[in-house]
Design a protein around this ligand. Structure first.
Ligand code: 5GP
Length: 179
């Protein structure tokens, strides 16, 4: 299946599962090597990262790693922008632990900057970032990304957990939009 349609748009195959799997294994090996002996809590940022998290977690070789699932909500607040973001679902102890935030994709970096700020308020020992995909053109050095699976261009992509208006998350391969 090389071309698919979701809602009003067409998408072509872009990164086949074999390549994704290789990237996931590479990231898992790097994390396992770097964080040996640490008390590690992986943090999956829902929804897009669920598939990356599941595949990565199976490949992690650490003593008793844990995983938790957080969602970034936005609601009407009283600050000047009117929008206040909040991390929902952090019930595990974080203080003094090593956290690894798992992102599906980093584009402008606004989401990860916000997530890091909120996690650091809970006084972890360290916070690392691991992303399956990075669009370096727009991101440009906002903060170091510790682990990157694959760097891509600015195209809009779907599959492997990523959606186009909620569709396409189930796709095993990654597709990019046809202009
Ligand atoms: P950022 O805050 O880094 O600009 O964007 C991060 C979020 O934007 C991702 O977690 C993802 O939800 C969404 N996003 C960015 N680029 C893409 C893309 O190409 N496809 C999809 N489906 N979502 C994207």
């Amino acid at each position: 299946m090389n071309r698919i349609k979701l809602h009003d748009k067409e998408f072509d195959i872009f990164i086949p599962y074999e390549k994704i799997n290789e990237a996931v294994k590479k990231v898992a090996q790097e994390i396992s090597k770097d964080l040996k002996g640490e008390d590690v809590l992986f943090i999956c940022i829902l929804n897009g990262s669920f598939m990356f998290t599941a595949e990565l977690f199976k490949e992690i070789e650490l003593d008793e790693p844990e995983v938790t699932f957080l969602r970034l909500s936005s609601y009407e607040g009283t600050d000047t922008t009117g929008q206040v973001k909040k991390l929902i679902g952090l019930n595990e102890p974080v203080k003094g632990r090593t956290l690894v935030v798992l992102e599906d994709i980093i584009d402008t970096g606004l989401t990860i900057v916000e997530v890091m700020k909120m996690l650091k308020e809970h006084n972890p020992k360290d916070v690392k970032i691991a992303t399956l995909l990075l669009k370096p053109e727009k991101f440009s050095n906002k903060m170091p990304v510790d682990y990157v699976g694959i760097e891509i261009g600015n195209d809009f992509i779907v599959g492997f957990g990523l959606d186009y208006d909620q569709k396409g998350r189930h796709l095993k391969d990654i597709y990019k939009v046809v202009d």
